[in-house]
Design a protein. Structure first.
Length: 196
C-alpha cells in the first residue's frame, strides 16, 4: 500500500474540519475488509438514492451463500472522523450514551437497509437476486481521540468506551459493524518501518 494513501487519509482524519466525504474516497482501497466474507469481484458505489435518502457507501461482490455463488451488497453509513461515538452519562459513572451522531447513523442505516433490501430496482442495478443478499455493513464514525465526549480521566474513559462499544455490538448482534476511521487507516498502513 502506498505511503501517500496512508498519509493523505491520516491528514483528513485528524483535520479539525468534518472530512467525511473526502475520507470516503479511501474506502475503495479497503473494500475487501468492508465486504466481510472474502468475496470476489468486489466493487463500490456511493450515495445510492432511495426514498429514505442517499446510502453513503455500498460494497458489492460475489459471495458463496446457501451452497451457490451470489451477488451480495453491504450498506455502510459514514460519519465524520471528527464526531464522537459516545458521550459521558452524568447520571452514572459506569456508562456512556451513544452520541446523537451515532444514533443518527444507526437510524439512517436501518432505514436504507429496510428500503433497499425490498427494492427491485436496487437489486436489479447490482444483480442481486434475493433480498437476503442485501446486508447491513456497518457504521464508520470518529477516531481514536473522539471516542468519548466528556471530562473523564483517561483510564476510566478507555474502560467505559470498551464497555459501551461491547454493549453496542451486543445490541447489533453482529449485523452491524461499528468502526473508527482509524480502523480504515490501519488497513492502509504501508508495510515496513513506520514513517514519522
Amino acid at each position: 500500500m502506498s505511503n501517500n494513501l496512508y498519509d493523505e487519509l491520516r491528514a483528513l482524519i485528524y483535520d479539525t474540519r468534518h472530512r467525511e466525504h473526502e475520507c470516503r474516497e479511501y474506502l475503495k482501497y479497503t473494500a475487501d475488509v468492508l465486504f466481510r466474507e472474502g468475496g470476489t469481484d468486489i466493487r463500490c458505489d456511493v450515495e445510492y438514492r432511495g426514498h429514505s435518502g442517499d446510502s453513503d457507501f455500498i460494497v458489492i461482490g460475489r459471495a458463496h451463500g446457501s451452497g451457490s455463488d451470489c451477488i451480495r451488497a453491504y450498506l455502510w453509513e459514514l460519519k465524520a472522523p471528527q464526531l464522537f461515538l459516545f458521550v459521558e452519562d452524568k447520571s452514572s459513572v459506569n456508562r456512556l450514551f451513544p452520541s446523537k451522531d451515532l444514533l443518527q447513523a444507526e437510524n439512517q442505516l436501518l432505514n436504507y437497509y429496510d428500503e433497499l433490501r425490498d427494492s427491485i430496482e436496487f437489486r436489479s442495478d447490482f444483480g442481486i437476486t434475493h433480498p437476503s443478499n442485501v446486508c447491513m455493513g456497518g457504521i464508520i464514525i470518529g477516531r481514536d481521540n473522539t471516542k468519548v465526549k466528556g471530562e473523564i480521566e483517561a483510564d476510566r474513559r478507555d474502560r467505559l468506551y470498551e464497555k459501551a462499544f461491547r454493549c453496542r455490538n451486543l445490541f447489533y448482534r453482529s449485523e452491524i459493524r461499528l468502526m473508527l476511521w482509524n480502523s480504515i487507516l490501519d488497513q492502509l498502513r504501508p508495510p515496513g518501518p513506520r514513517r514519522i
